[in-house]
Ligand binder design. Structure first.
Ligand code: ZN
Length: 384
């Protein structure tokens, strides 16, 4: 075996060992050898390297009442930090996380008037604030992930933002040049799907459809544990599937698109009182008061969501559908209405074999998703 080959084998082994420690920390060297099939001397030398590089550390050495405890290896989640930012139509939500994705700090900013200039200023400020508050660590900031509610191509350029007045196609380059760390730009629904896959209640499933219901509707597709982006990166635009071929005209050029009926915007429009849009708090309060009009609107909202989900389930036969929407998450009546609509339309074989759950990460799903993309990339390059 040549020297180049030996170096490659060492790197592959190191990655295998680090992955195992990430999944099963704390773990002993003996157990590592058992689960990876690598011999003890390989484990020993690779573990020493990982300790030297601050990725792992030892615990459990010394006497305890029951005798000497075995030395266990633990992943050093504080070796570095990652930033994940989700830019919505009318908000920016950011998280600073450790390398296990635990939120160290979060920031939320609401605005109805984002333009290309002020979105840049707001983004820079949030990132700078995070960096200023970041604890000292061996690797510091390992990267920044940003999600946007629009089409992002394979080169991570933002090519289309249907519901926004601004666009910075080269946002990735702009942030990368300013902060000098790797930057990843991802579509919001893809990022949310990834967040749920890595950190959410559906992390044990390999095939998930994440449905993000906001001003529009987008879906993120996880097939066999991997994000499916499509050839150009534009998969999951199911908000524009036709549910009424003679229906309302959509900004995409089609008619009767699903999101014209089942988006949060459609619900809020249906609930407009005297030209004034209700806030989420007002909706919750009216539900609490058993307001018939609001309860009917929520039921219709669930019904329209269910119509689209039936087609999605028929297409993907997924293990779980995760719904990301604040109103769905806080009002069980909507989830019930969705389930009724799906059950009355789908074959029993599919109906009995999937889970329909509200997002467990809520508004942080996409920000955590982009942060986890950053972390994965970092751990990947340090072991290759
Ligand atoms: Zn459309």
């Amino acid at each position: 075996m040549g020297i180049a080959d030996q170096t490659l084998v060492k790197k592959i082994n190191q990655k295998l060992i680090l992955n195992e420690i990430l999944k099963n920390s704390p773990i002993s060297r003996a157990k590592l050898s058992e689960v990876t099939g690598l011999n003890k001397s390989t484990i020993s030398s690779q573990v020493s390297t990982l300790i030297q590089e601050n990725f792992i550390f030892e615990i459990g050495e010394g006497q305890s009442s029951g005798g000497r405890r075995p030395v266990m290896l633990v992943f050093n989640k504080n070796a570095g930090y990652s930033i994940g930012i989700d830019i919505g139509v009318d908000y920016i939500n950011g998280v600073l996380t450790d390398l296990e994705g635990n939120i160290v700090l979060d920031k939320f900013q609401n605005s109805l008037n984002f333009s290309s200039d002020n979105i840049k200023d707001s983004l820079f400020k949030i990132i700078k604030d995070f960096i200023d508050c970041m604890p000292q660590s061996p690797y510091g900031l390992v990267g920044i992930g940003i999600s946007v509610p629009g089409l992002v191509d394979r080169e991570q350029r933002i090519v289309f933002m249907p519901n926004l007045k601004w666009n910075i196609p080269d946002l990735k380059v702009l942030i990368q040049d300013a902060f000098n760390v790797p930057v990843f730009v991802e579509n919001e629904a893809n990022a949310g799907a990834y967040g749920e896959k890595v950190f959410g209640s559906t992390k044990h499933f390999n095939n998930i459809i994440y449905v993000s219901i906001n001003v529009g509707i987008g879906i993120g597709i996880i097939i066999n544990n991997e994000l499916y982006r499509g050839i150009n990166g534009f998969s999951g635009e199911m908000g524009h599937m036709t549910i009424d071929f003679n229906g309302l005209k959509c900004s995409c050029g089609n008619r009767g698109c699903w999101e014209l009926y089942a988006s949060e915007k459609a619900l809020l429009n249906s609930l407009q009182k005297n030209e004034k849009q209700l806030s989420f708090e007002e909706i919750d309060e009216l539900v609490h008061q058993n307001d018939v009009e609001v309860l009917n609107s929520l039921q219709n909202f669930g019904f329209y969501i269910g119509i689209g989900l039936t087609s999605i389930l028929n297409t993907f036969d997924a293990q779980a559908i995760v719904l990301r929407n604040s109103i769905v998450e806080s009002n069980p009546i909507v989830l019930k209405s969705i389930k009724n609509a799906v059950s009355s339309r789908i074959s029993t074989q599919i109906d009995n074999n999937y889970e329909l759950v509200p997002s467990s990460l809520g508004k942080n799903a996409a920000a955590l998703g982009t942060s986890s993309i950053v972390i994965e990339h970092f751990l990947d390059i340090v072991t290759t």
